[in-house]
Design a protein around this ligand. Sequence first.
Ligand SMILES: N[C@@H](CCC(=O)N[C@@H](CS)C(=O)NCC(=O)O)C(=O)O
Length: 303
Amino acid sequence: MHEIILHHYELSPYAEKVRLALGLKGLAWRSVQIPIVMPKPDLIELTGGYRRTPVMQLGADIYCDTKACMRLLQRLQPEPSLFPGGDEATVWGLSRWAETSFMMAVTVFLGAGGVFNEKFIEDRKKMAPQVDFSKAGMVVPAKLLQLRANLDQLERQLADGRAFLLGDAPSLADLSAYHPHRFLTAHPATQTLLDPLKHVPAWMDRVAAIGHGERSELEAKDAIAIARDASPAPIEGEAAPLPDGLAYGDAVVVLPEETGSGVVAGQLVPSPVHEIAIRRRSERAGELVIHFPREDYMTVRTG
Ligand SMILES: N[C@@H](CCC(=O)N[C@@H](CS)C(=O)NCC(=O)O)C(=O)O
């Protein structure tokens, strides 16, 4: 099997979710550091245009978005499971809700200042040109109240003394809820929301203790060489039937519903129902298959 490669940067909360999943499963992995802001030429060489963080690589297969990374990790190593009590739909649903805190926190940091530097803010403005960043300050109180409501929900979920959100064992829900709430320690205004809580801080310490597995660094150019020397893996499982108007083999673009993630063009290849896969050729990395989660991404025919 190819080594698991994570393209990420240290401060990325979403990358922390994946690092913890690697820790939960006790996996060895290679770490490629990517820039926090554009340009990201080595990453884009692999993804074909997707710029968000993190991205996972397994040979010539590239996984964009943490939801695709999580499905991959669960498939590669089913135990310990990201869904220890079953209840997959509950875990995914809880994860999605918990991650609403991420953009709330980002908005508070932009509005209150003191967390992000100018270069970072300029880059994110280009990513979201429809957003008026100068108005972020106006919504800080509202976002703090929304964060307090989310934290209250977590505090009550943990109030019966359970170790993790859904019981004795950590699940994907814990990893998804941990990263945006741990991010709240970055500013006094959001740290203040954590201070009165009893259960959430202790739970965060338990999640942090899961660790990151066995990590070793790799240069981006070596990750690209690994992709070039590999071939995309054959599909695992059954290909999803396609509706009229779309066929495997079509030229498509993958359109992320999250603003500014970047559009990727390629040829639609068979994939299971929870995943989109497109084949593309990269100059430096050769033939690649890029994977996206089905949710939050659309395929649109171009040819
Ligand atoms: N839905 C994406 C969200 C990832 C995301 O927004 N990551 C942030 C960093 S924590 C990001 O990509 N920021 C812009 C960048 O790194 O270029 C996922 O689950 O992977």
